[in-house]
Design a binder for this molecule. Structure first.
Ligand code: NAD
Length: 358
């Protein structure tokens, strides 16, 4: 059966990279019915809003959404609520995409791009599962008030049992498709809300006996991520801790142009996008690295479309173009290495397609 895919190229390098990634998708041979939609600045210019109703309708009807990036200086003067980024936030909340997946995969040929020693990170493959729609970023009450003659700021860190259970289930499910280990990160020694987090994760674990579960305090997890990151398989955590830890993990791999992400809802529908933005400084120059979007498409094959073989083939193709020495400028770190070939966006996509076909 054909998978329903909505492609939202967006702005800047998002729009530039996406046609090449669509060529890569074609080369996988997976049966996709592809629709296109407007999101972000391009939607503001043509429809007057960042998330037009037609785009939302198409998104709801699709199995997966592949997004380039949104935003840019042309829309920076707009009020916060009207900016391109609001379109993305709107899409996330309308589709109830509560599980954010941020893998940190380090391809061996790029091990020296990391801020850690190559042997600590070569072939690193961690998946951080972050709760995206709850926790302290959304908890009420919140605000800044006057009290005793001074200002006092406050937020509320709150999670209900069902919110914890559903994100834990996502993490356990994903671990079943990987190496079978989940580490749940909390601060249960200090915060009652995360003590509940730990209890509920333990209860949910009863349904996943094949998965090895461990718990870790967030301060230790931050330390372990930079000390011995390969000890982790899947990390599951709340919104704020996940925000911080996923950026730490991202830096282990060194390059923004290589980082994919996904946001899933309870029915497996997902929004897949590179971690990077629209990079207006390089847009239109054929130098943007398309691999973060290619790897996002690989995640889409694995987590929403159940096309495991295509996901593996896409990731192997990326590995092999890097081994063959193809580098877009952002990952061309060693200019004296004559075995490396500097390529543009189009030629990098061509190389991935050639690798898929070989
Ligand atoms: P950015 O990620 O767009 O760029 C940061 C730096 O990394 C730039 O120097 C850029 O050239 C480089 N870079 C990014 N992706 C690259 C790639 N694929 N290949 C090579 N180099 C790459 O972040 P920014 O400059 O802070 O933001 C630019 C715009 O993007 C802003 O409007 C911002 O709001 C938006 N943004 C959107 C998203 C999204 O769509 N999810 C995420 C982050 C930022």
């Amino acid at each position: 059966m054909s998978h329903q895919l909505l492609v939202l190229p967006g702005d800047g390098i998002g729009a530039e990279v996406m046609p090449h990634v669509e060529r890569v998708l074609d080369a996988t041979g997976v049966d996709l019915t592809v629709k296109h939609g407007l999101l972000g600045g391009v939607a503001i210019d043509s429809e007057g809003v960042a998330l037009p109703p037609e785009t939302l309708e198409k998104a709801k009807a699709s199995d997966a959404i592949l997004l380039g990036a949104v935003g840019g200086p042309a829309w920076d003067h707009l009020p916060m609520m009207d900016r391109p980024e609001r379109g993305l936030l709107g899409l996330r909340s309308e589709l109830d995409l509560f599980a954010n997946l941020r893998p940190a995969i380090l391809f061996e040929p790029l091990a020296h791009a990391s801020s850690l020693k190559p042997e600590l990170v070569a072939n690193l493959d961690i998946l951080i599962v972050r709760e995206l729609t709850g926790g302290i970023y959304f908890g009420e009450p919140r605000g800044v008030e006057e009290a005793d003659g001074q200002r006092r700021g406050f937020n509320t860190y709150v999670y209900a049992e069902d919110e914890i259970d559903r994100i834990a289930r996502v993490a356990f499910d994903l671990a079943q498709k990987r190496n079978g280990r989940v580490c749940s990160v909390d601060k249960a020694n200090v915060l009652e809300v995360t003590r509940l987090w730990r209890e509920v994760v333990d209860e949910t674990h009863a349904d996943f006996e094949d998965i090895e579960l461990s718990h870790m305090y967030v301060d230790n997890a931050a330390m372990q991520l930079v000390r011995a990151p390969k000890q982790f398989d899947v990390i599951v955590t709340g919104n704020m801790f996940g925000d911080i830890l996923s950026d730490v993990a991202a830096m282990l791999t060194g390059s923004l142009g290589m980082l994919p992400s996904a946001s899933l809802n309870g029915s497996g529908q997902g929004l897949y996008e590179p971690v990077h933005g629209s990079a207006p400084d390089i847009a239109g120059q054929n130098v943007a690295n398309p691999l973060a979007t290619v790897l996002s498409a690989a995640m889409m094959m694995r987590y929403s479309l159940d096309e495991m073989d295509a996901a593996d083939r896409l990731e192997r193709a990326v590995q092999s173009v890097l081994e063959a020495g193809f580098r877009t400028p952002d990952i061309m770190l060693d200019h004296s290495n004559t075995k490396l070939t500097r390529v543009g966006t189009d030629a990098m996509a061509d190389a991935v397609i050639a690798a898929l076909r070989s």
